[in-house]
Write a protein that binds this ligand. Structure first.
Ligand code: VG1
Ligand code: CO
Length: 558
């Protein structure tokens, strides 16, 4: 087979955001749009690409198979030796990370727009992960972007025909050199790894019940995303759950019309099923399988920030950490600081990084971070370099099995010991971009002006005095790289925080995220929306968000 060089011109706006390039499917369908981006990824890898192995897979959404085919043809033309491709193009994001690490490949390409809806009228995405299994750092994505702005040609092997529906090795000769595509079982490597990390027999006894204990009834919801086959294999085949314990486990190109984002709004189905049914535990995952939501009996909701703190406090129940020990915790800046208190109590190092999983990777590689999370339903550990939804559910089940407590009891005793960080996030989706940018500029100016620190803000019967206000910037402690302008934050004397930033994962318009975090040592069983109301009002007033966005209510509250 021979490679051909195709002339092309740059497309605007191919700048990867928080987690890869995400656009509407129709944008990717423009002439050479996808080809340009794939070629730019490969060019960014430089000469390492010749003779390399890459992993390729995605979340099963519309366009994944077609783009897998393009990646095969473009990789072959650029001197890649071998591709490991998930069967039918299916690999969850954490599975890609696992496979890159296990087979020590140069990297991998993940095809997903994560929790965004799929189908021809919705979203698609392409993300590059490095040899450590983690999302490419800013340096690399900036380089990819630069290349997209000047691209003149791409290389492709148009005649190469590769079937990705059957597991097995396919050999080709491209320009006289061997090129191999190995179609792999989408779930095997990942599931094997989970069995090393967790005590499956223990979790199985919990789920199936024993003479001492009735079966622990779980309901696991894949939201028609990529985790379906993983959930089927782990919960039904390995852990002895029944088909009634799992739902929406067939990946669909449009997620069956669902918005595969595991939160109280978009996973309301699961919440209602757990609320009205006889379930002890519910979990849902997003489209690409890196996010998780955990709920207990009666749909008792665990905020992701609390989930992180509870797991941090209970890692000793998990065999993986019994072997590796625990070395440090981290959270993204907007995430509530509950885990900080656990870190302090356990004498663990604690890091606060910008939003996005790529910022955790260096710390993990340096052996200074074992467990981390984000308020956006992301939890994970150094077992891979992506957040991992299924891992989080198994971690929770490990803790529940070892302690014999209910989800609610674990949370209540955690709050009694450490106090509680009330947290909420308001999302205003698909707003007009210009006014939002202006709002952020004006707010930044206001909170960084002399006199703002020390100023008092009244709401209801509360007064909040500003202790610190800035646009968050972060210096990576390992490579000293600096990331600026990662979100406006106002921290008050009592430790309460207001954070505001614009989303970097949306495919059109601007999404404003407002995060509110407030600590209470004693008053721990209130309703978050009620407890946080005064601070929310302060935030809306300071930012003038309703005026700028024209919205009097958020699209989603988590
Ligand atoms: C959002 C979340 C962030 C998460 C990112 C990717 O980013 O806030 O915490 O890491 O999505 O998640 P943003 O920039 O829209 O706020 V996922 O499941 O895409 O990979
Ligand atoms: Co995701």
């Amino acid at each position: 087979l021979s490679a051909v060089t195709v002339p092309t011109v740059p497309h605007e706006g191919q700048k990867p955001g928080t987690s890869g390039l995400r656009k509407k499917v129709k944008v990717f369908l423009q002439e050479n749009y996808t080809e340009n981006f794939i070629q730019s990824i490969i060019d960014a890898l430089g000469k390492d690409v010749v003779g390399s192995t890459l992993v390729v897979g995605g979340d099963g959404r519309y366009l994944v198979k077609e783009v897998v085919d393009l990646i095969i043809k473009i990789s072959a033309a650029n001197g890649v030796s071998r591709l490991l491709v998930g069967q039918n193009g299916i690999l969850s994001t954490p599975a890609v990370s696992c496979i890159i690490r296990k087979y020590k490949t140069l990297g991998g390409i993940v095809l997903t727009a994560s929790h965004n809806p799929g189908g021809i009228d919705n979203d698609f995405g392409i993300k590059y992960n490095c040899s450590n299994g983690g999302p490419a750092p800013d340096q690399t994505t900036n380089e990819i972007y630069k290349l997209t702005t000047a691209i003149k040609e791409y290389k492709i092997v148009p005649e190469l025909k590769c079937a990705i529906d059957k597991i097995g090795v396919q050999n080709f000769t491209v320009e006289g050199k061997p090129f191999v595509v190995e179609v792999i079982d989408s779930v095997r490597d990942y599931v094997d790894y989970m069995k090393e990390i967790f005590d499956f027999p223990l979790i199985k006894r919990l789920i199936q019940g024993s003479e001492q204990r009735k079966p622990f009834n779980v309901l696991i919801d894949s939201m028609n995303g990529v985790t379906g086959p993983y959930v089927q294999r782990v919960f039904v085949e390995e852990l002895g759950a029944s088909e009634k314990n799992v739902r929406r486990v067939v990946p669909l190109e449009d997620f069956g019309g669902a918005h595969p984002d595991p939160n109280l709004t978009y996973a309301a189905d699961l919440v209602n099923a757990v609320k009205s049914g006889d379930y002890d535990f519910g979990a849902a995952f997003d489209g690409d399988g890196d996010r998780n939501m955990i709920i207990g009996r009666g749909a008792f909701f665990v905020t992701p920030s609390d989930s992180l703190a509870v797991l941090a406090n209970n890692l000793h129940h998990i065999p993986y950490f019994q072997r590796t020990g625990v070395r440090g915790f981290a959270r993204s800046m907007p995430t509530a600081a509950a885990v900080d208190r656990v870190a302090a109590a356990k004498g663990q190092e604690m890091f606060e990084v910008p939003t996005g999983w790529k910022y955790f990777g260096n710390l993990m590689d340096a052996g200074r971070l074992s467990l981390c999370g984000e308020e956006s339903f992301g939890t994970g550990s150094d077992h891979v370099r992506e957040k991992d939804g299924l891992w989080a559910a198994l971690a929770w089940l490990s803790v529940l099995a070892a302690t014999g407590k209910s989800v609610e009891d674990i949370l209540k005793s955690h709050w009694a010991e450490f106090g509680r960080n009330y947290f909420t996030r308001y999302d205003y989706e698909e707003c007009a971009s210009d006014p939002c940018n202006e709002m952020m500029q004006v707010l930044e100016k206001r909170i960084t002006e002399p006199g703002f620190v020390g100023s008092a803000h009244d709401s209801a019967d509360k007064t909040y005095v500003v202790k610190l206000a800035d646009n968050f910037s972060y210096m990576d402690p390992i490579d000293q790289s600096v990331s600026m302008k990662q979100g406006l934050r106002i921290i008050f004397e009592d430790g309460s925080r207001i954070v505001m930033r614009l989303s970097g994962t949306g495919s059109s318009g601007a999404t404003v995220r407002l995060y509110i975090d407030s600590y209470e040592a004693k008053n721990v069983v209130g309703d978050a929306q009620v407890m946080l109301r005064p601070l929310i009002d302060v935030a809306l007033q300071l930012s003038q968000l309703p005026q700028y966005t024209g919205r009097d209510a958020p699209t989603v509250i988590t």
